[in-house]
Design a protein around this ligand. Structure first.
Ligand SMILES: Cc1cc2nc3c(=O)[nH]c(=O)nc-3n(C[C@H](O)[C@H](O)[C@H](O)COP(=O)(O)O)c2cc1C
Length: 479
């Protein structure tokens, strides 16, 4: 059977998400990110193209590694200014009927208790179409602005994230039992207190004794996205995520990643096919190969050298501003390079700093496919077949033009080949993607927190979480 391809749109509530400098292109509308009409119009286009969702990235902080300051980031609008992504969920849901809305939020900056309420609210108001991209953050500038010296060590951030999720699972899955809300007018009972539980969480990083403030939302735990690439990140994704994002330039690396993440999911007791893997790609498609290439060349003329190196420096931690454009990256001491750059320089070509800037100028660290609908459809199908990924997270060069050309030209070609859906499934985002119920499946770790009283009892017996008011949970007040 022809493999089905999934599309997500990769966006951010800012100017110049992955294509720095292209805000200056006469047709680019990313600078209208602060107009709700930009988002509702784009969302309608994506829904016309049966995209799984619009996925909105986010950072707290700014890129200040390049030349040791945020000067060029600000000048080129490289992900600054950037507005809050979660506030887009409701207007997008009102302009569409099916499109998923993936919102990025970090486990570093907000307490899980208040975040749980914000996320449940969004899931209620979108009727179960919201997803959460769990990130642990990588910009020290963000940490400094909330009173910390720097971010925690990388692997410690995942340790915090795992406990953060545990708090959310307890709140979403365990605090309010099924049937707790009865809205019984005759007996004047809105909710049955015995069916609403304090979670009694006392962990290494968080103490959350009480009740979730929201009644259960359509998905309870909103759909979970993650993009871990390191060992700790992949372990976290395999354990928790339902959709995984990855950026990779080669089919072999992508294939190894997909097989590793599915193996890890199976080891955690999960069904490895219930994990959708999307690779970061930018598609420049036009009626013919020549037209698409001309379009790409035109876009490239607007890319910003400084803006591109602002991102490369921020993502890798290496200040590329200290090198000249003709310096060869392979000659930079390897211990200063992260895996992202190492992957790049292991390529047979001798990449210079200028090559890096040019490559990152359109589409960030993802692959760029340029061509007619037939050419690009061939490439996408080949990548999916050969790597065992499920689809693509599509970045834009010029928005909404990039997405419009995909919906108008590429989607019909893929549909003609039987490789792309023609309609949405009914239900919440989780039901649309996986075809089963609105809640996380029984083999997901969140399910183990559904009987929260049993969890608290087990924790008490293990002496882990002495708990708060555990014995009174769900009981009527004494007086
Ligand atoms: C497609 C894609 C989208 C990402 N979006 C974000 C984002 O919006 N915000 C963020 O802080 N990190 C984002 N990341 C970074 C990941 O969360 C993660 O930190 C990165 O892939 C490195 O993996 P590691 O954390 O395991 O080292 C993204 C990564 C990829 C591949």
């Amino acid at each position: 059977m022809t493999r089905q391809i999934h599309f997500n749109a990769f966006e951010m509530n800012c100017v110049g998400h992955q294509s720095p400098g292209l805000w200056a292109h006469p047709r680019d509308r990313s600078w209208q990110y602060k107009d709700v009409e930009y988002w509702t119009g784009l969302a309608a286009t994506l829904e016309r193209g049966i995209f799984d969702g619009i996925f909105i990235a986010d950072v707290v902080g700014y890129y200040d590694v390049y030349k040791g300051s945020a000067y060029h980031a600000i000048e080129q609008a490289a992900q600054i200014p950037v507005n809050d992504p979660l506030q887009l969920a409701v207007p997008i849901s009102m302009a569409t009927e099916h499109l998923g809305i993936g919102i990025t939020a970090s486990t570093t900056f907000e307490h899980p208790y208040t975040f749980a309420r914000r996320l449940s609210t969004a899931d209620h108001l979108t009727k179960g179409r919201v997803g959460w991209n769990i990130v642990t953050s990588y910009l020290n500038s963000g940490a400094r602005n909330v009173g910390d010296d720097a971010l925690r060590r990388h692997d410690d951030r995942y340790d915090v994230a795992q406990e953060y999720l545990e708090v959310l699972y307890k709140l979403f899955e365990g605090s309010w039992e099924e049937g707790a809300v009865v809205r019984d007018r005759a007996n004047r009972v809105f909710a049955i207190p015995e069916k609403v539980h304090e979670i009694g969480h006392r962990g290494k990083y968080f103490e959350v004794p009480g009740y979730h403030m929201c009644e259960p939302s359509p998905q309870r735990t909103p759909l979970l996205y993650q993009a871990g690439a390191s060992g700790a990140g992949k372990a976290f994704a395999a354990r928790n995520a339902e959709c995984v994002f990855v950026g990779s330039l080669s089919k072999s690396v992508l294939k190894a990643y997909a097989s590793d993440i599915r193996r890890r999911a199976a080891e955690s007791g999960r069904d490895p096919r219930k994990l959708l893997i999307y690779s970061l790609v930018t598609v420049i498609v036009d009626e013919t190969d020549a037209k698409a290439q001309a379009r790409f060349d035109e876009y490239r003329r607007y890319a910003s050298y400084d803006g591109s190196l602002v991102f490369m420096s921020g993502w890798s931690g290496v200040d590329f501003g200290q090198f000249s454009p003709t310096d060869v990256i392979r000659d930079i001491p390897p211990n200063a390079l992260t895996s992202m750059i190492e992957n790049l320089v292991s390529d047979s070509r001798s990449w210079t700093v200028n090559d890096l800037a040019t490559w990152g100028g359109v589409g960030g660290v993802g692959q760029v496919f340029v061509g007619s609908p037939t050419t690009v459809a061939d490439q996408l199908q080949q990548w999916v077949e050969e790597t065992d990924i499920d689809g693509f997270n599509l970045a834009y060069a010029v928005t909404p033009e990039t997405f419009e050309s995909i919906v108008d030209l590429l989607v019909p070609e893929l549909q003609r080949r039987g490789a792309y859906p023609k309609a949405y499934r009914a239900g919440t985002l989780r039901e649309k993607l996986f075809g089963e119920g609105p809640y996380l499946p029984a083999d997901h770790p969140a399910a183990s927190f559904r009987d929260i009283e049993a969890v608290k009892k087990a924790e008490r017996q293990r002496g882990e979480s002495p708990g708060f008011a555990l014995d009174t949970a769900g009981q009527a007040p004494a007086a």
